[in-house]
Design a protein around this ligand. Sequence first.
Ligand code: ATP
Ligand code: MG
Length: 697
Amino acid sequence: MVLSAISPISGSHPPCLLGLFVLLAVATSIKIDLPSLGIATVTSIVVGLAILAYRLKRRLAAQALELHACRQRYQQIFERNPAGMCRMSLEEEILDCNDAFARILGYASRAELLSRPTHVLWDDSAGAESFLALLNKHKTVTNYERQLRRNDGTRVWVLQNATLLEASDNSPAVIEAMLIDITEHKKAQESVLQQSETNYRSLVEGSPYGIIRSTAAGKFLMVNPALVTMLGYDSQAEILALNAASELYQDPSDRLKILALFQGTRHVENIEVNWKKKDGRPILVRARGRLIRDDQGTECFESIVEDITERRMLEDNLRQAQKMEAIGQLAGGIAHDFNNLLLIILGQCHQLLAQTGPTDPGYARLQEIQAAAERAKSLTTRLLIFGRRKPLEFDVLDLNAALSELRELLQHLVGENILLVARLSPLLKQVKADRGLLEQVIINLAGNARDAMPDGGTLTIITANASTNETSAVEHPGVPCGQFVTITLCDTGIGMDSATQNRVFEPYFTTKGPGKGTGLGLAMVQSIVAQSGGHVTVASEPGHGSKFTIYLPAVQEITLPEMSAPQMPESYFGSETVLLVEDERSVRLLIREFLQSSGYVVIEAETGQQALRLAQAHQGPIHLLVTDIVMPKMSGHELARELSASRPALKVLCMSGYPGKRSQEEGASDDERRFLQKPFVMKLLLKEVRKILDSAA
Ligand SMILES: Nc1ncnc2c1ncn2[C@@H]1O[C@H](COP(=O)(O)OP(=O)(O)OP(=O)(O)O)[C@@H](O)[C@H]1O
Ligand SMILES: [Mg+2]
């Protein structure tokens, strides 16, 4: 009450007058009789009140000053703040803002913004509404990134803090906001993002591996160019339109198995699976992948795939070569003894057949023995060929002529039920090949075709010139680039499934049942063709016949066949002296018998040393040395060298059951020394003996 009494009188009144006024006012209001208090008391009260009023006035003045300074400080913080600050009503009106706010939003002064509706600043109303909703819910929003519209219509990125001040009795609800311009920061961030996206894109686009994202239903979501090339499509769009479930896997059940793996462990590592290319050709890929969720939360698969078709083929070839090497070593190891045995069996059979007549009861049995021994001989030859133990003897050949000569034999081989058609290309280039072995190749392929057409059909033999380049090398993996002559044998037989096709060249692989096929035919074919610098391919489908194509390197220079000299009737007889050296007694006796029965004088020795002694003791000429190569202590080559030193005119014929020994044997000079591969028929021996003896020294 005292204070309220003071207030109207505070101001410029002197303090004593003020004290008096106060005293009068108090006395009046509480009805005090001032004169009754006495002058001294009243005076002291008046002085006391005057002092009190004076002090009160000074404090109020100081407080007012303080308040003013404080207001000014905050005003300065508001106005000079580099961050934009503003107050907005909920009715979308800008109540106040600082210069920074106006500057950030592209206005010349804050005055231009005051009383303006806030929506002039909004970039999009949906964004603004979601911001207000957030503010209504939480009352405070911090570090909110949004775009606002500047005065000139351009966009500005701001980082905003805002508080909603609820309405109170004497003031309506307002929003206080503070924001900073982060446009530059955003641009830098976007450029970093863009750069990293460019990096990742280049990584994916340039990757040599196929990269795929697909759904569980088999829809492709993303593929990279490497996958397009790998599968032979023209564009990414073409693959994106495919369904992996039905159009990619050779066996759709493979895909289900992989899906099950993904579901189990959420990732797969190094699984190999057969896919198909656009043109239907198979491709073997190795894949690894993981199960992820995309932005919408849908499960999908991310995989990286590698085409391993060629690598697998090379691995298979290497395995095959190693297998053959092992078989070849085994065959080579036994060939020496085995061929000696066959020589004896065949030689003795020949002798016995000559001594008996077709009416003889044992004659048919002897023929059986001879046929069995011939088969055994062919078996060792096959083993030696594909074990690469038999050196090839290359001649430049006209394949058309060679096939024409074989035609009768082939027709006989396939039988009357099968029609033999030859489509031989005119102007066929020549090839360099071992004629005898090439005939074996054709006979084997024709034999297989016959077996595939038990109810008859057609076997077509086609020759052609072919040049393979990198494109065709892709179609026929394994066929090198270059000029080739091809021989194709097409049959209309039972054909093969892909599992059989993958194994046909494997030694001992046969589907023909025990006793019917050895499974060595195609292994030998492949080996002969490979040793000739060529390649053999197979194409077949069950029920639709088979096609085997042999690629042999074409010879560039054309050689004209030599004019053959008029043929004289062959004679195997002679009277020259032959030194025969062979450690295997039965073989020695057999050869001696044949040579003697053809008129030759035979000096016979079991070892090299014995032969040297006999030669030294022999006074007359020795025209020919017929010697085994592999003998204990002294080899045939060593013997020939020693003997030739004392008898320079001596001619030499070497024999061996082990073909590798022909040139590898120490001491063998690659001269004109003749060689006979055991087992041989005696007629061949006599022919060779005669040929050497008749040749010039
Ligand atoms: N023209 C063909 N048609 C169908 N299948 C074939 C044909 N050629 C080969 N095959 C298959 O390939 C397998 C292997 O053939 P390969 O010539 O190596 O041995 P084989 O014929 O079984 O035995 P062998 O050659 O000793 O008689 C055959 O058993 C057969 O299943
Ligand atoms: Mg065969």
